[in-house]
Design a protein around this ligand. Structure first.
Ligand code: GDP
Length: 601
């Protein structure tokens, strides 16, 4: 153990830019693993991750590299997810490192998604090494990409390498550059100080309980030590410490500067909070590492089984997912329209989509998700203050003194040519307030806003991407609650109130959104034997309506006198279809109708 020869780096890359391939080459070059089981070892990624373009969970990897000068080094390489919902986790992974590899596909150039993470790395004072990948391809635009990286982080060409992760060209130069430029962890703490270790991730294992991924900043930790998690206040006895080489390997001590894992009989992932500081319970440090934040769900939505009888299965699925997802929270709830289900809290809409998709794919359960909502506060006339996580709980106007909604500070990084359109989007369309613009590098500006959280959680990100041809990226942070003129809209279908379709909106938008919503519902709900009125109520008045015309023919009539199997098939098919429908009164409502609000523009 000599921390002078340790280098800790994170990889920042857009999906498909070659992160996995590069890791494979590094493992090969450092003889860390036999080629047979190479791919499963690093990034054991789900299909879902690839589709959504993010990594949800992956191991750090430790390799040994002998430099050209013959010196042995220990390199720890961490992965970072590239989505705004997980910004806090990324920031903690970056905090565990002294350097970052910004990996860019030379045929694609710098993608906006990586910009935010690169800025986070700069905020954490990381040394950034640029790696221009895929230089073996004829379509590679190496010089252009070099200029972009220069522009983005202002790093000189001598901190940028040109590589092909596929052929291996330039990969050892990349490792040499890391050794030369990235500082050793020695400046941040010594083995002789009291234990300070950062939790940057954690994983649930069926047999071993929670495995804590940690970076030790000071002191040392070993088996049988009593450790204290400073934020949660809980202590445990260590049963094993080790490193990822790349599979888990037990070692005697994990010391200042090193990255590895701790197993300590922790049962629940909520006990090992990302960003928490681990110290020695007998000889604790007096000051935790900076940057710890309690991650709270930003949005809540109702989650219901496709058919009521699958409620228990849904509960089990959520509990399973929660084992590995500390930010997932849920409570049972009951909707008059949908029956028994859950109110689930998410970090953002991507997180929500991931949870929904996983329940459908991994647990084979059809689910109904209702419109996501932020948490509102209401002060009632009787002096009581209530929290509203479900729009249907929004009290009647006559009881309300005032309503408050969460506001954010929003920063958008963009090339200057999109400035006008983006300010327009945030200010005119989304109730934001433009504060000022600042410079970021040669060809980028940062637009600063304050904006209601409710306005940015839906389609803001997509709209921003579309307006900026994909170049703008954003970052937001909650700044508190502000009083706001909010109203509840309730939807009646065939004269029955459908509580799961209620939503809260700013008064100024009530009419417009109600109009669009009733029209959208008309498209999404199939015709029935009878006419179905759809009405939107606000403060006791109908503010919009539409009508679904009656169907003329009975589907089954086609089969009368016809052959029986065909009739059976048709009935079967209808039954299948029913699984994806919910009966509200006499009306069958398809799942997607409950998210109609997300589909209007
Ligand atoms: P990731 O999503 O960042 O992990 O990207 P992958 O490592 O899976 O790479 C995405 C695709 O690019 C794969 O088809 C790789 O084979 C290919 N690829 C990665 N690096 C290179 C390279 O240097 N040259 C070429 N020609 N293809 C590459």
């Amino acid at each position: 153990y000599d921390p002078n020869f340790i280098r800790n780096v994170a990889i920042i890359a857009h999906i498909d830019h070659g992160k996995t391939t590069l890791m494979d080459r590094i493992l090969e070059l450092t003889h860390s693993i036999d080629e047979r089981n190479m791919r499963e070892q690093f990034l054991d990624s789900m299909d879902l991750e690839r589709e959504k373009g993010i990594t949800i969970k992956s191991h750090p990897v430790k390799v040994f590299y002998t430099s050209k000068k013959g010196q042995d080094y220990e390199l720890n390489i961490l992965d970072t997810p590239g989505h705004i919902d997980f910004t806090y986790e990324v920031s903690r992974s970056l905090a565990a490192c002294e350097g970052a590899i910004l990996l860019v596909d030379a045929t694609q150039g710098v993608q906006a998604q990586t910009v935010t993470n690169t800025y986070l790395a700069l905020e954490n004072d990381l040394e950034i090494i640029g790696a221009i990948n895929k230089i073996d391809l004829p379509s590679a635009n190496v010089e252009e990409t070099l200029l972009e990286i220069n522009d983005l982080v202002g790093i000189d060409s001598d901190s940028i390498v040109k590589i092909s992760a596929k052929t291996g060209e330039g990969v050892s130069e990349l490792l040499e550059l890391i050794i030369e430029k990235v500082p050793p962890p020695t400046l941040k703490g010594s083995i002789n100080d009291k234990l300070k270790a950062l939790v940057f991730d954690a994983k649930y294992d069926k047999y071993r309980g929670i495995i804590v991924y940690t970076r030790v900043f000071a002191g040392t930790v070993k088996k049988e030590d009593n450790i204290l998690f400073m934020a949660s206040g809980k202590s445990y006895e260590v049963s094993e410490v080790g490193v990822f080489h790349p599979e888990m390997v037990e070692i005697d001590n994990l010391s200042a500067g090193e990255i590895g894992y701790i197993i300590a009989g922790i049962k629940e992932i909520q006990e090992a909070k990302v960003g928490d500081t681990i110290t020695n319970a007998q000889d604790p440090t007096d000051k935790p590492l900076p940057g710890y934040k309690e991650v709270k769900p930003m949005v809540y939505a109702g989650l219901y089984p496709g058919l009521p009888e699958y409620y228990e299965d849904l509960r089990k699925a959520l509990e399973k997912l929660k084992l590995n997802d500390a930010s997932l929270v849920f409570l049972p709830e009951n909707s008059p329209a949908l029956g028994y289900g859950f109110r689930v809290g998410f970090l953002g809409l991507l997180h929500m989509e991931i949870v929904k998709e996983r329940i459908q794919r991994e647990f084979d359960l059809a689910v109904i998700l209702t419109v996501p909502s932020v948490i509102y506060n209401a002060k009632l006339k009787n002096g009581e203050v209530i929290q509203i996580t479900n729009p249907s709980q929004f009290p009647d106007q006559e009881y309300i003194e005032s309503v408050y909604e969460p506001y954010c500070k929003l920063d958008i990084i963009t090339p200057p040519e999109f400035m006008g359109d983006l300010i327009n989007l945030a200010q005119v369309e989304k109730r934001g307030e433009f504060l000022y613009v600042s410079n970021a590098g040669k060809n980028r500006v940062v637009l600063h806003f304050e904006i209601p959280l409710a306005e940015i959680i839906f389609d803001f990100f997509d709209k921003m991407k579309a307006l900026s041809k994909g170049y703008a990226s954003m970052d937001y942070e909650l700044i508190g609650y502000r009083e706001s003129k909010l109203v509840k809209i309730e939807i009646y279908i065939n004269k029955e109130k459908v509580d799961a379709l209620s939503y809260i909106v700013h008064e100024s938008k009530a009419y417009e959104i109600a109009r669009k919503l009733v029209d959208k519902l008309k498209d999404l709900i199939p015709r029935h034997q009878f006419e179905i009125p759809i009405q939107a109520y606000c403060k006791g008045k109908i503010i919009a309506r539409s009508t679904i015309k009656a169907l003329r023919k009975d589907v089954l009539q086609k089969c009368y006198g016809g052959d029986v199997t065909r009739k059976m098939k048709l009935l079967e098919k209808q039954k299948e279809g029913k699984k994806r429908m919910r009966e509200i009164g006499e009306v069958s409502i398809p799942q997607e109708a409950f998210l109609a609000l997300l589909k209007i523009d």
